[in-house]
Write a protein that binds this ligand. Structure first.
Ligand SMILES: Nc1ncnc2c1ncn2[C@@H]1O[C@H](COP(=O)(O)OP(=O)(O)OP(=O)(O)O)[C@@H](O)[C@H]1O
Length: 267
């Protein structure tokens, strides 16, 4: 069987919201590539990754066409989720199966024919690299927070689903360690295409696609001073994350904080 990780996807142009043909000839995405999709609200970012998710054949509003390894995707790939080399994770993904984390992953491993039980714990460990609140194997899937659920789905897609192409739609708002997600996905030689409003995330990818009016406006490869900007932003991001973490832990940021006691609040 062909290795899932060798898939190359190609996006062929469609039309903007007012019917203009998109300017590019083709966009190829290879294993290990990271691509961010940026643009103002309503510019067509989600529509772009949805086209990839549904393996569009000129049959969506954008009229784009997706090729897998240069050819039209086989019918089975379109119809059978287990054969699809693409996993999409959005802020709205929830698990409705009331299973323990360990049982949920075991079911997926069985379906994928993975007998090595160490993969199960490795998947939870990987998810715990992404989320602040640790996931334990005996937790129930339905009781996980939004960030924990997204983290587990991403780890599951990498380790168990073996998905070569991950589509992430604005997962940064869900309280996960976004830079680590990108670096782990790249380490595992997956391609990641993500819709984001986060400047650090957008600048950290190998290329970014700028959307406008439902069409691709530009494809930008970061170079020169953008690299320095990424380092600056990363420091700022770390600074803000540290403050956020301290706030969550109830820490104070002044030598003489005003502490309102319960008695005063209720007086
Ligand atoms: N090329 C196109 N032709 C026609 N309609 C389009 C096209 N691209 C996007 N649309 C439609 O425009 C609307 C907004 O697009 P979309 O949801 O992709 O924007 P977005 O950039 O993801 O917005 P947000 O940042 O608010 O999530 C959707 O209804 C979508 O179906």
């Amino acid at each position: 069987m062909e290795s899932l990780q060798n898939y190359i996807i190609t996006i062929l142009p469609g039309r903007s919201r007012d019917g203009q043909e998109e300017f590019f000839d083709r966009i190829d995405i290879q294993p290990g590539d990271s691509v961010s999709i940026v643009g103002s609200t309503g510019s067509g970012k989600s529509a772009f990754i949805n086209d990839i998710e549904v393996l569009a054949q000129g049959d969506t509003v954008t009229r784009r066409t997706i090729r897998i390894n240069g050819a039209e995707p086989p019918e089975e790939m379109v119809r059978n989720p287990a054969k699809k080399p693409i996993v999409m994770i959005t802020q709205n993904n929830r698990c409705i199966a009331d299973l323990k984390v360990v049982d949920f992953l075991a079911v997926h491993m069985k379906a994928r024919g993975i007998a090595d039980q160490s993969v199960l714990l490795e998947t939870i460990e990987l998810a715990n690299e992404f989320t602040g609140e640790k996931i334990l194997p005996q937790y129930r899937m339905t009781a996980l927070s939004g960030g924990q659920t997204r983290s587990l789905f991403i780890a599951d897609a990498i380790r168990i689903g073996d998905a070569p192409i991950l589509l992430l739609d604005e997962v940064e708002n869900a309280g996960i360690a976004k830079e680590r997600v990108i670096s782990r996905i790249k380490e595992h030689r997956r391609a990641v295409i993500l819709v984001t409003h986060d400047p650090l995330l957008a600048l950290s990818t190998d290329r970014r696609i700028v959307m406008q009016n439902g069409a691709v406006r530009e494809v930008i490869y970061p170079a020169g001073s953008e690299q320095a900007l990424v380092r600056n932003l990363s420091d700022i991001d770390q600074y803000v994350s540290d403050i956020r973490e301290k706030l969550r832990n109830g820490e104070r940021f002044s030598d003489s904080p005003v502490i309102v006691s319960k008695a005063k609040v209720t007086a």
